[in-house]
Ligand binder design. Structure first.
Ligand code: MN
Length: 251
């Protein structure tokens, strides 16, 4: 069986002709396609009460935290700054609990855009609520170029897992107005833009977590680098699945 990949859902806030109701759970199609094309089985998880997260845990091997609204700053002890964007408390509560249980259970974890921020906050780090709070952040991180084209370079730590996948100086897309400020204890920074904005993190001393600030799913078709990130995630999830099967066989 292919590794099962949980995609915690975003929430469509507007009524549509088909779903005559607000708050539909969805995952972006490019992320679903990237998981399928990389050999995983995508499973969309709607936000439920955090107490019910444990019932989701046996259903997947890896989890990808995807893009979406800003993380509520109260999770890192701050009141909302003027330039904070839309937030959605229910998703944050659900995803932070899902993250914590996934870390404990040894699941493979991948983060994209909001995902890297959510992972950092969930593990005890903080964010710039808007990049205007970071006086060194001078580059354009909310590109006007189409989302499937790269717009700025990043420099990757040569000792990192990310470096093995995509090298020194990849060209990435950029569609974020927030970024990591203080890095969570469980994580290390593995890539930065030239203005020092954090663009990737990994778990320390393990291959459990890899998260990026850009959107590899949007450039998946055209850029080999993006394919490698998803392939690596599915491979890590496959390892988790094999381990679980081994444990079952021993029982
Ligand atoms: Mn950027």
């Amino acid at each position: 069986m292919r590794p099962r990949i949980a995609l915690p859902a975003d929430t469509l806030n507007e009524a549509t002709n088909i779903i005559n109701e607000r708050n539909a759970a969805f995952a972006p199609r490019p992320a679903i396609e990237a998981v399928v094309k990389s050999g995983g089985v995508p499973i969309i998880l709607p936000s439920v009460n955090p107490e019910d997260v444990r019932d989701y845990m046996p259903l997947f091997d890896g989890v990808a935290f995807l893009g979406g609204a800003d993380v509520d700053p109260t999770f890192f002890g701050e009141e909302p700054y003027q330039k904070l964007g839309m937030t959605y408390l229910k998703r944050d509560l659900f995803e932070i609990e899902l993250l914590k249980q996934s870390v404990t259970a040894g699941k493979a974890i991948f983060g994209i855009c909001r995902g890297i921020q959510l992972i950092n906050v969930g593990l005890g780090g903080t964010l710039y609520q808007d990049l205007s709070q970071d006086l060194h952040a001078t580059l354009k991180h909310n590109q006007m170029a189409p989302g499937n084209m790269p717009s700025h370079h990043i420099t990757v730590d040569p000792t990192s897992r990310l470096h093995k996948l995509i090298g020194d100086r990849p060209y990435v897309n950029s569609r974020h107005h927030q970024a990591i400020k203080d890095v969570a204890p469980y994580l290390k920074v593995t890539a930065r833009a030239d203005d020092q904005v954090i663009e990737a993190v990994e778990s320390i001393n393990s291959d459990q977590i890899l998260a990026v600030q850009w959107h590899p799913e949007n450039i998946f078709k055209h850029y080999e680098d993006s394919k490698k990130l998803f392939k690596d995630f599915i491979d890590r999830s496959e390892k988790v699945a094999k381990k679980a099967r081994g444990a079952k066989a021993v029982k």
